[in-house]
Ligand binder design. Structure first.
Ligand SMILES: Nc1ncnc2c1ncn2[C@@H]1O[C@H](COP(=O)(O)OP(=O)(O)OP(=O)(O)O)[C@@H](O)[C@H]1O
Length: 533
């Protein structure tokens, strides 16, 4: 609970929070205004000074103006606070989901960012903010009533608190019927759509009258549930009214008796207390409603807060820095196992800058694993992988390398959008890389849809290569990139890649021409000693 509040607090702008607290208090007069005016008017009964009447009229109008402004103020500040928190949380979630590997599937991540966050805002955040607003809307009038006459204030106050009781008591019935209504409606939808879609089957099987009766029964069931959920709601409201008659009229009568017996109470005050107590049931009802909504949101909140709690510093800024220069990529004393299977055992290898390396080996020998260890998608058990420049070691970061695989992701949007991904490049740079990868036939405005369904496999890979060229990185990891391409496209793509003056590490099964590689790492399945020539 504390951790949740601490996490939420990070996203709450403090200035808006202070304004919210001020607005909450200034809104307290909402339920007092009418009563105060009536009290004043009753006290002025028999007044014949025009000046006083005009002052009373003007001050009453001012009070209403103040109430209207406070109402606008609290609603604006509450919405604005939710707006800021929502932006902050969604920004962080998007950052976590796009940058970090999490246990969630992509569809779950999208659902958390959209559906769950919407529920969180409507049924948790707004409710949490509503609670203090309604507590003040109840508390301030109560204090006013007690200050006018503590005994009568107390009686009217207790009466107001009891007003939502019928609804609480009948809540179970109401929710049972509500549940039944949605179940019966779902059944009705299914049965009627089946009967309409399957009408010929029904007719040809001589079942028309039976099936119509069956459908009629489902209609009745659904309408019955609707009828009773409404009846119980009306019963709850009627009980509330009945109770109102008791808990508000009894104190009113007692107040009258107090006045008759010369107690310290004027009729003006009694009338004001009665009017105020009329307004006090609603805040109580809203507070209960808010608490019950917050309760139902426990699961969603826990999920969201757990993700946000795991938000260690994500340094995105240095990812857009320029890639590092290096003399060599060093793999030193690398060991990696998956359970019993030892993939690498004390494997060392140094790739000088500019070298073109082929990793080959039978299926399951660890080719993809090696790439993943280099990209840090997998953790080494032992050993290290680093870039070396002038005797200095630096760890690899995604800004230093590019990865091209069989299925590059193509975003919905123009070719420019797909190349730049919101980074700034000049039109000249874009045209140059398009020419380099032989995609010059497409205009920069060409719209790509559905993960590039309007591009061929080879064009997608060339687009990925163009993205890589734009970023001027010095290390390219190529994973089975030509496996899905026909021979001539595969040749063209590979020639293009190998004309680049950069370091290339390629994983491939079938290579016709191994002469273009400077070295080949041959991995053996489940071997303890990797051999390479
Ligand atoms: N995340 C993982 N968890 C457990 N085992 C894994 C994991 N990744 C790979 N392996 C195992 O490690 C071995 C090497 O897998 P890897 O994918 O590196 O092989 P590969 O040489 O790329 O094979 P292929 O040519 O079929 O793609 C396999 O036995 C595989 O089952």
């Amino acid at each position: 609970m504390w951790t949740d509040i601490k996490i939420l607090n990070q996203y709450v702008p403090k200035r808006k929070l202070i304004l919210f607290i001020i607005a909450t208090f200034s809104n307290a007069f909402l339920n007092l205004a009418t009563a105060l005016i009536i009290q004043q008017a009753t006290e002025m009964q028999g007044e014949n000074s025009v000046h006083k009447i005009i002052v009373f009229g003007l001050s009453s109008m001012l009070l209403y103006a103040y109430v209207a402004i406070s109402f606008l103020f609290i609603n604006y500040i509450e919405t604005s606070l939710v707006y800021s928190v929502s932006i902050g949380m969604k920004k962080t979630l998007l950052k976590i989901f796009t940058f970090r590997k999490t246990e969630f599937k992509n569809s779950e991540k999208i659902s958390i960012l959209t559906n769950d966050m919407q529920l969180f805002i409507d049924r948790f955040l707004m409710q949490i903010l509503d609670i203090p607003i309604y507590i003040i809307m109840f508390g301030v009038p109560l204090i006013y009533m007690l200050s006018q006459n503590w005994l009568m204030g107390l009686l009217f106050g207790i009466g107001s608190i009891t007003l939502p009781f019928p609804q609480i008591l009948l809540n179970k019935k109401l929710s049972d019927w509500g549940k039944q209504l949605s179940e019966k409606k779902a059944v009705l939808l299914q049965v009627t759509s089946d009967e309409i879609n399957g009408r010929t089957t029904i007719i040809y099987n001589n079942s028309l009258t039976f099936m119509l009766k069956y459908g009629e029964k489902k209609i009745k069931d659904s309408e019955n549930a609707w009828l009773w959920s409404n009846v119980w709601l009306q019963i709850a409201l009627a009980f509330s009214m009945l109770l109102k008659g008791v808990v508000q009229i009894v104190p009113f009568i007692m107040g009258f008796l107090m006045i008759v017996h010369g107690g310290n109470l004027s009729f003006a005050v009694l009338l004001a207390l009665f009017l105020i107590s009329q307004q006090m049931g609603q805040p109580i009802q809203q507070i209960l409603l808010a608490f019950s909504r917050v309760q139902t949101m426990k699961k969603v909140c826990t999920k969201i807060f757990n993700i946000l709690n795991d938000n260690q510093e994500i340094s995105i800024s240095n990812l857009s820095d320029s890639p590092k220069d290096f003399e060599s990529l060093v793999i030193r004393h690398l060991s990696k196992s998956f359970g019993e299977i030892q993939i690498f055992d004390n494997f060392s290898y140094t790739i000088p800058f500019g070298a073109k390396i082929l990793i080959k080996g039978k299926s399951g020998s660890g080719k993809s694993t090696l790439l993943k260890l280099i990209t840090d998608d997998l953790q080494t058990d032992q050993g290290e992988i680093f870039l070396q420049q002038h005797e200095q070691k630096t760890t690899l970061s995604p800004k230093d390398f590019g990865v091209i695989n069989q299925e590059p992701f193509i975003f919905n949007g123009s070719l420019t959008y797909n190349l730049c991904l919101e980074q700034a490049f000049t039109k000249k740079e874009l045209l140059e890389v398009l020419e380099a990868v032989h995609l010059e036939e497409f205009s920069l405005d060409y719209l790509l849809i559905n993960n590039g369904e309007n591009l061929s496999g080879g064009q997608k890979i060339r687009l990925e290569l163009a993205r890589f060229l734009l970023r001027k990185k010095k290390l390219l990891l190529v994973d089975e990139v030509t496996a899905a391409l026909d021979d001539s496209t595969a040749k063209a793509v590979r020639s293009l890649i190998y004309s680049l003056p950069i370091t290339i590490i390629e994983v491939a099964h079938h290579i016709d021409d191994e002469s273009r590689y400077d070295d080949i790492i041959l991995l053996e399945r489940r071997g303890t000693d990797e051999s390479y020539s």
